[in-house]
Ligand binder design. Structure first.
Ligand code: NIG
Ligand code: ZN
Length: 437
């Protein structure tokens, strides 16, 4: 691993069980998702934020001793379960306000799209986000990001989409960028000006699409504020042709396509994702067989969000088993954290729902929350598995094995988190480091 006399900054020892997707910078497809590597009595050696060596502790120590490597700091996992830092690849992290006032409407059965059509839902959060100062948005999102980190999440995707004008979309994206710079969790930003049609363009969706294309995309790109572009392709929101236009234009600026696809109606969002080679397609509850074939043919990652169907009280769920067993798709999971359809930061709750409602196995769930989630945001070469040369993002869980996570539900199992080689959570609490939190 190293030349004689070099040092290791941190050695994580006494890992009861280390479980990781196998090495490689690619997503794991279909039935491959079950094949995780397990090592008992393991250790991980870290230098300059990067994993340099891992394996059975006796072998790791032997190699370090044999090469005369100095160990600057050693910390014991005390027999706990260790996995790669979790990745949450679909969130609406930055927003103003909350929507508990819509709870009784939702519980009395008013459909999600009806609330939106009446000017509530996403548009209610648009009003609150526009009204909030950048500092207020930052403070609120920072709190959510802390919760995610405490839950073992080390990388998060964050969408705009509650500004719906150039000025306010830029504001949201700037907040996400600032958080990325100052918080231990890494953020990947997505421009989602096409999340809803703003009130000032009501009934003029095509004109709003032109505004996105002619003014928002160029400026977001010029300021380097986003890596991806997402569209809510849904009946009554953005049609397939409108979504295609936005995402094809986004590609000209180097933004990778994501699509909120076939969440409620089988509109053809999955087919579009395949057609344009999107990096991911999200939700997919109503996706057709043809849509799933289209994803498989183009290597699009389905990002499933079981917290949303759970919270909206839907009986329908994404067809994860068919996606994995028949279509051999590389399924990823995410919270979809947002103030409307899924106000939770807890990826561990999502794991339980993936087990319960999507019938995914604990091994598939780990793969979906690590390497496949990383691939859904273009980071599979750097994170998502424990392997030499990847970033040292490691989550330590107070659990004996993987199945224990969805089994003992409703609590946070995270004991510790190592982010880029630094201990940022220990004994379930944030570690306040120099300029860190
Ligand atoms: N469905 C569209 N967008 C979000 C919800 C946003 C909101 O309700 O504020 C989602 O992914 O579920
Ligand atoms: Zn979403």
């Amino acid at each position: 691993m190293s030349s004689r006399g070099e040092r290791v900054d941190l050695l994580l020892t006494d890992i009861g069980r280390l479980v990781t997707p196998p090495p490689g910078g690619n997503p794991r497809y279909g039935t491959e998702m079950s094949a995780v590597h397990e090592i008992e009595h393991a250790a991980i050696a870290i230098r300059e934020g990067i994993i340099v060596l891992f394996g059975p502790e006796s072998e790791v120590r032997q190699q370090l001793n044999g090469e005369g490597v100095e160990i600057a700091e050693s910390v014991s996992a005390e027999g706990r379960l260790v996995v790669p830092g979790f990745v949450d690849p679909h969130t609406h992290l930055v927003h103003g306000g909350s929507r508990e006032h819509e709870l009784s409407l939702k519980r009395s059965g008013v459909p999600y799209l009806d609330i939106l059509a009446q000017g509530g839902g996403i548009l209610s959060t648009v009003r609150a986000t526009r009204a909030a100062s950048e500092q207020e948005l930052l403070a609120k999102a920072r709190k959510s990001l802390d919760i995610m980190l405490l839950n073992g999440v080390t990388t998060v995707e964050a969408k705009s989409g509650y500004g719906l004008s150039l000025e306010y979309e830029l504001k949201q994206l700037r907040v996400a960028k600032q958080l990325d710079a100052e918080h231990p969790v890494d953020l990947v930003t997505t421009f989602m000006g096409a999340h809803a049609v703003p009130p000032e363009y009501k009934g003029r969706t095509d004109e709003y699409v032109e505004l996105i294309v002619s003014s928002m995309l160029p400026e977001v790109s010029r300021q380097g504020l986003a890596e991806c572009c997402d569209v809510f392709c849904e009946e009554g929101v953005f049609s397939v042709p409108q979504s295609r236009r936005i995402l094809q234009e986004a590609a000209r600026y180097g933004l990778r396509a994501k699509i909120h696809a076939d969440e409620i109606v089988p509109l053809g969002g999955a087919e579009l994702a395949g057609e344009i080679g999107a990096i991911s397609a999200e939700h997919l509850l109503a996706a057709s067989d043809q849509g799933l074939c289209s994803l498989a043919a183009s290597g699009v990652i389905p990002v499933l969000l079981p917290g949303t169907s759970f919270n909206l009280g839907l009986k329908q769920h994404a067809r994860a088993r068919e996606m994995i067993d028949i279509h051999q798709l590389p399924v990823a999971l995410s919270t979809d954290y947002n103030p409307g359809s899924c106000p939770t930061e807890s990826l561990q709750l999502i794991m339980m729902l993936a087990s319960l409602n999507l019938r995914m196995t604990p091994e598939e769930i780990l793969t979906a929350c690590t390497i496949n989630a990383a691939a859904a945001i273009g980071r599979a070469d750097a994170i998502g598995s424990i392997e030499a040369r990847k970033r040292a993002d490691v989550t330590i869980l107070d659990a004996p094995n993987l199945a224990y996570l969805p089994y003992h539900f409703g609590i946070n199992h995270t004991f510790g988190v190592i982010k880029s080689g630094s201990i940022v959570v220990w004994e379930g609490r944030l570690v306040e480091g120099e300029g860190r939190l």
